[in-house]
Design a protein around this ligand. Structure first.
Ligand code: NAP
Length: 298
């Protein structure tokens, strides 16, 4: 008899169960990473959060790790460095038999530019002569937003594959947090960031193909492309609970939702991508209709 014969398997707690799953979230100390952390940990997952600033991670564990069915465990590391990624794998391997969910969320946006100009000279001055617009700024942005996803995912492959064996056919899930910035045709005043996010989306497709399709591993690789959500990146800061705020009116006419994203919009998408065993190689935009308004590039 198929499990589909029972209404039981259609219950939310079965469809979206992350109970007892082991997860690792980079940049879990603020913004979208914190939303993902709460989504998994409050539903019973053991969540390792990784970032460069110990204080932020400790604050998150302290504020959100109490009285929940899962747990939040901080680990300080810079995931744009290969030796630190290797150390992270050793640490998780020493504590866990497998890693069920890896969320590559850490990301940075550096310089912004004035892209509106009334002549070729002015546009060139804005885009080329800006002293902050350097090859180094472009490669720093790329380093954190693109190769980091590649090295984190490939380093954790054995632990992700082990998730399948230890978790009742649950395939290890990699979720890259890309962005609608990698999809829309506008530069949004930051060419380097948007180019890096487009690369992150294609990297997701290639990893899913090589890992699952060509090598037959039971690991799914997807990406979530958020629209605008409150974070240290978009709001410039976070409060004493590591939460950030964006005025609702600011995005009233930029999205069909007439507002920025809320924590629960992201939490819902994270649970979907983590648990849906039939989702692989996809980028899911969760953007309140931002792409509809801004227009996709390709
Ligand atoms: N918020 C949005 O509207 C939006 C939209 C689309 C996509 N995104 C993407 O969402 C992801 C999360 O960003 P966010 O908006 O939530 O901004 P955020 O609040 O600044 O979060 C980024 C987190 O990544 C961590 N991080 C950065 N570099 C790191 C590194 N090398 N090693 C370890 N941790 C690192 C930061 O902590 P430390 O500085 O302490 O390391 C920070 O907690 C990013 O990839 C971003 O591009 C955001």
């Amino acid at each position: 008899m198929s499990t589909n014969d029972h209404n039981e398997s259609f219950k939310l707690e079965n469809l979206f169960s992350v109970k007892n799953k082991v997860a690792l979230i980079t940049g879990g100390g603020s913004g979208i990473g914190l939303m993902a952390t709460q989504a998994l940990a409050t539903n019973g997952a053991k969540v390792y959060i990784v970032g460069r600033t110990e204080e932020k991670l400790e604050k998150v564990a302290e504020t959100y790790g109490k009285d929940i069915s899962g747990s939040i465990i901080p680990i300080t590391a810079d995931v744009s460095k290969k030796d630190e990624i290797k150390k992270l794998v050793d640490t998780i391997s020493s504590k866990e038999k497998c890693l069920c969910i890896l969320i590559n969320n850490a990301g940075i946006a550096l310089n912004t530019q004035q892209t509106e100009a009334s002549s070729a000279e002015e546009l060139s001055k804005n885009l080329f002569s800006d002293p902050n617009e350097t090859f180094e700024m472009w490669t720093d942005t790329y380093r954190t937003n693109v190769p980091q996803l590649y090295f984190m995912t490939t380093a954790f492959l054995p632990l992700l594959q082990a998730a399948h064996k230890h978790n009742d056919n649950f395939s290890g899930a990699v979720i890259n947090i890309s962005s609608i910035s990698g999809i829309v045709k506008t530069s949004q005043h930051h060419f380097a960031y948007n180019a890096s996010k487009a690369a992150a989306i294609h990297l997701t497709t290639m990893l899913a193909n090589e890992i699952g399709s060509l090598n037959g591993l039971r690991i799914r690789v997807n990406s979530i492309a958020p629209g605008v959500f409150p974070s240290e990146m978009t709001a410039g800061e976070s409060d004493e609970k590591q939460k950030s705020h964006i005025p609702r009116e600011k995005y009233e006419d930029k999205t069909t939702a007439t507002r920025p994203g809320e924590d629960r919009d992201m939490a819902n998408a994270i649970l979907f991508a983590a648990t849906n065993q039939y989702l692989n190689g996809q980028t899911v935009a969760v953007d309140g209709g931002y792409i509809l308004s801004a227009g996709a590039g390709a």
